[in-house]
Design a protein around this ligand. Structure first.
Ligand code: AGP
Length: 367
């Protein structure tokens, strides 16, 4: 594949940089920008009776599902069940006939997710699949196929597939909300407008690559790293920790910021970098107060926020990363970028095999 890397040192880096283009490409097939409509390959009539959505996936795709849960509940007011695929079948989940079961997978071949899909089908669920490989098993078995147009993802650590999944899931949430009569025309237009801003905002985030590279050395020496976020930034904290673990082999954990004082704060000392993901928005103050608790215990805080957030709370942080100011809807798409870049540069600093990390397979086809 060497030739396909273009100017990039690793596939992961190339794929991080492809995100403005592939997210735009993905959005193009789900948004009618001029008209201000989301357009999915499902008639609204088929969605209006959905009373529950069950989301199942693994790894990074699971975290995309976790972000989507906030959106489905917030916009469409539909209750959401969410599981990692390896747990789903075995807990004997209760699914009412006529529910929508949503499976998210880059490869479309992950064994646990595929088995969960078949289980949900036997339980009378309608099967929707968000998938990056249109010829995959999951894509073939879907009632409703929602492709991500990320193009082939080679790096074992998923990057562009994740942001494209988020783009599709946001459009699906809006479509579901419209079908359920929970979204006015004006609100739909706003959602379309905000989503359409994502590719440019991702570009804005990529502009901080060198800043992030410069701070990677100080994280590379750590034994443990914590990631904190609230709301849709909580799944991003989990995703940040997963990325770092996978490719740098540093132990990392993501926590809901408000959970810190229920245990994990005991880990804080001056050796532990704490990455705080806090775009300005309704939850900003709350996350910042959790961040101050960490600082008061000597924690080394790296704050990822926008200019206003960093002006308000950046003082005393070991480092800050300034993101473009974006609407909260697209914040998880944009803030995925610094989180990916940090993991990438830490791994490069440590000299690990970024694209082929030890013990991992790109597609996990055994249970
Ligand atoms: C992500 O960086 C991982 N390598 C892994 O967690 C992955 O997301 C998971 O195995 C799910 O794969 P899928 O999306 O192809 O189903």
């Amino acid at each position: 594949h060497a030739a396909d890397k273009g100017n990039h040192r690793h596939f992961m880096q190339k794929e991080i940089y492809e995100q403005p283009v592939v997210v735009a490409q993905t959005l193009r097939s789900y948004l009618q920008r001029m008209e201000g409509h989301v357009t999915l390959p499902i008639p609204d009539n088929d969605l209006s009776d959905v009373r529950r959505v069950t989301i199942v996936a693994c790894g990074t795709s699971f975290y995309a599902g976790m972000v989507a849960r906030y959106w489905f509940e917030q916009f469409a007011r539909v209750p959401v069940d969410l599981d990692v695929a390896s747990e789903f079948r075995y807990r004997e989940p209760v699914m009412e006939a006529g529910g929508l079961a949503l499976f998210i997978s880059q490869s479309g071949e992950t064994a646990d997710t595929l088995a969960a899909l078949r289980h949900a089908r036997r339980e009378g669920q309608r099967i929707a699949v968000v998938c990056n490989v249109p010829t995959s098993s999951m894509a073939r078995e879907a009632d409703i196929l929602l492709p991500t147009h990320a193009g082939p993802e080679i790096g074992v650590a998923s990057t562009k597939a994740f942001t494209c999944q988020l783009a599709v899931l946001a459009a699906l949430a809006a479509n579901l909300a419209r079908a359920k009569g929970k979204l006015s025309d004006a609100e739909e237009r706003d959602i379309v407008r905000h989503l359409a801003e994502a590719p440019a905002a991702i570009n804005g985030a990529l502009a901080y690559d060198e800043t992030i590279e410069a701070m990677a050395g100080s994280v590379a020496g750590a034994r443990d790293v914590l990631y904190l976020g609230r709301g849709t930034d909580y799944p991003l904290a989990l995703e940040g920790a997963l990325k770092l673990k996978e490719i740098s082999y540093i132990h990392a954990e993501g926590y809901a910021a408000g959970e810190m004082k229920h245990g994990p704060i005991a880990l804080i000392d001056d050796q532990v970098p704490v990455i705080v993901i806090a775009p300005s928005g309704p939850l900003f103050e709350k996350t910042v107060s959790n961040m101050q608790e960490v600082r008061a215990r000597g924690g080394r805080v790296i704050l990822i926020s926008d200019y206003d957030g960093i002006q308000a709370a950046g003082e005393g942080c070991e480092a800050t990363i300034t993101m473009p100011k974006v609407h909260p809807l697209i914040a998880p798409i944009v803030y995925a970028v610094p989180v990916q870049l940090l993991a990438y540069h830490v791994a490069v600093a440590k000299g690990t095999d970024v694209d082929q990390p030890r013990n991992l397979a790109k597609s996990v086809t055994v249970e």
